[in-house]
Write a protein that binds this ligand. Sequence first.
Ligand SMILES: [Fe+2]
Length: 899
Amino acid sequence: MLKPNLLTANSAPFLFFSHGSLLSSHRSSPFRLRPATVKLQKIGKHDCIRCASGKVQSSSVDRDAPIGLRAVVAVKMTVGGLLSNLGPSRALDDTTDLFGKSLLLELLAAEVDPKTGQEKATIQAYAHKGSQDIDDIKYECDFTIPKSFGEIGAVLVTNEHHNEMFLKDITFSSDDTTTLTISCNSWVHSKSDNPEKRIFFTNKSYLPAQTPSGLRRSRSKELEIKRGDGQGERKDFERIYDYDVYNDLGDPDADEDKARPVLGGSKKYPYPRRCRTGRPRTQKDPLSETRSSSMYVPRDEAFSEVKSLQFSGKTLRSVLHAVIPSIQTALIESNLGFPYFTAIDKLYDEGLTLPKQEGLGLLQSIIPRLVKVISDGTDDVLKFEPPAMIEKDKFSWLRDEEFSRQTLAGVNPYAIQLVTEFPLKSKLDPQVYGPPESAINVEMIEEEIGGFMTVKEALKQKRLFMLDYHDLFLPFVHKVEELEGTTLYGSRTIFFLTNNGTLRPLAIELTRPASPLKPQWKQVFMPCWDATGAWLWKLAKAHVGAHDSGYHELITHWLRTHACVEPYIIAANRQLNAMHPIYRLLHPHFRYTMEINSLARQFLISAAGIIESSFSPLKYSMEISSVAYDQFWRFDMEALPADLIRRGMAVEDPIAEHGLRLTIEDYPFATDGLLIWSAIKQWIQDYVSHYYLDSSHVLEDYELQEFWNEVRTKGHGDKKDEPWWPKMDSPENLIHILTTITWVASAHHAAVNFGQYQYGGYFPNRPTIARIKMPVEDLQEDEFIKFLEKPEVALLRCFPSQIQATVVMAVLDVLSSHSPDEEYLGGEPELPWVHDPIIKAAYERFNGRLKEIEGIIDERNADPKLKNRFGAGTVPYESMKPFSEPGVTGMGIPNSISI
Ligand SMILES: [Fe+2]
């Protein structure tokens, strides 16, 4: 259990020196000037004044004497950066250190010279290498500061080494009393790569208009540097944030079949933007960028080498680099399915022996959960842990009530919706796709619920629900049918809400539209009481399972969290200075997202990548996500309450908790998610109202306005003209926008990410692909006879092949795992938050509330009345529990999308 330490602040934030007025408007919240206290402290031979709360005190010491200060820079030991033992430049850097000219610090005064109106001259000193421990090396230097210098506003750093270095923080002290700590947590490039100095501002946050006079130029210059000029190929050490379209998924130069359309920037394929890397264009397609084994992300967005080796991103890279090729070598026959169900069990019991190859031993230490060495040490074995649902009930995946329950409490709780009209109707063009009415008719439904209520009553009482994968998939059916080893239908699945509050599936409709060669095929399958019908029902559920897996991975997971958040990160870094309170609020929610997305572009969503190899739509997978972005994605609907209302799963009710009444009371994702949503909203409300008292403060904040403008017009530029974008014109709207972004990056992602192995780790429960058609489609005689002979084999042939299943299981295992140093929502606070007592208190409340929520969720999971989360062999719903132990736990909400 994580125990956030909220009391780690060890310093007053500013240093002042005894001149003139010690209180100025920028020293506290801009719109709530509180009396700050400036206390003179005796520091060695000199005097220093530092800011604390209380009131001004005077000192009898010499106010004109210069001040002596010691600065200590904590530099993290890293694998590939400074202080590594790798590479020839190490010796050069040691020599530089020996001469004490390795790290130049320059202090920048917060205020301009009152006489000239110009910035004061910086005060410089070279830091020399001092003490060293297992994690850090300390660089130290002494400053003598004239009395007229005033408050330190920032430190400029020049790294004279030949290697980059990771700066943790810079601490100023005298007589061993820490008086100022500046958090850096950033890579500083070598001067030989880029002569530009790095700037680190103090931990005090300022809205743009409140920026101290001596920092205004630096504030805007820093943003200019991060915006870059949009030219050329980005280099590894750069910190430039810019936009580009998804034009690097294909590889047309390698193979014509690997050409892919550019996603983003067109009416046909709208998409959120990704980070611009500026790589050369391909020869065969001038619109596409060449692929590369290492893709640029701004330096501080890359997985930090200071993270443990078990960091999930590194683990994922290892799995993709080494394990998957091994699986592909071990299982030579790519289309081979599992011959019988017990063969699937062997993956957990005996494992899959991997061919001997270099590096697998190392993998065993990185991913011990997956790769085992058998006892005599001769072979590496890929052995899977049984997922939670199989551990608890081996046969639950076969049952209808579990199929339904997972729509409310599984890994894709974002698709179930209320049925509001009957019969269901397609919105697709009937000229192309046939009559819009569903084949599921009143008689069929009433056959199932007859005697209980009519369809009309069920609609009125909001008892009918559905998974609707009809209109999204139908236009791709013929294209997908032309590909080998897969099939696709449009599907609709109808459920009935029982008096128990659980869902019961009533019917599945599978549709293939008409083509020039074939007429439309459309059939309804229902739970049956004869053997043939019962097996057809199981097969139809497998097809719907594949549709749901594809929709989940491509849309609720990849598109709505990973892809849609990246533009917020780019815009924030281009338009909000590091001193901006909103930058500091959002920053923890953006950690490592750009890097994991870059990894996804290399291996997961690229042409012939994991998604294209293992999910039903194969090479059309990403095009489908573009269609979903076009037709479905709206920023204003990404807020949890709006999403629930849109799907008919809730209605507004001012007297209900959270202002919403749920259509299904026991909807675990919604009930728990709303607790988290409200906690996030309260924290953000406390934070925002500390800085913005009224709408004018929001409207006058030009950095904030530019941030939001770029999100709308550049990052999500294909949606820039939509009328639904909230306006950045009031504290209320700002709070709602920030709550939505934070929710998506933390809880939405956690809800659809960390349960993936629990439910997808046994693939019959969530097949990613349905490889063969329903045996009754077009009445294919051969297939139907085979099906009648051995229906179990038909089901196994429909499921993923051995390679597809094993590769996906290995990836899901890593994606579902928390690293030992995961950063959770409401966990360790950012240092600048701790600095301000009001923000610190609000964050402590947030943390306390999240712990309460953890208890509430535990109580709910123990309540026998809540049958969608409690029951014999039922996996409890823990996705919205904020904290977790490392590993695959099915709980824990990290701050950001980092896996
Ligand atoms: Fe993810």
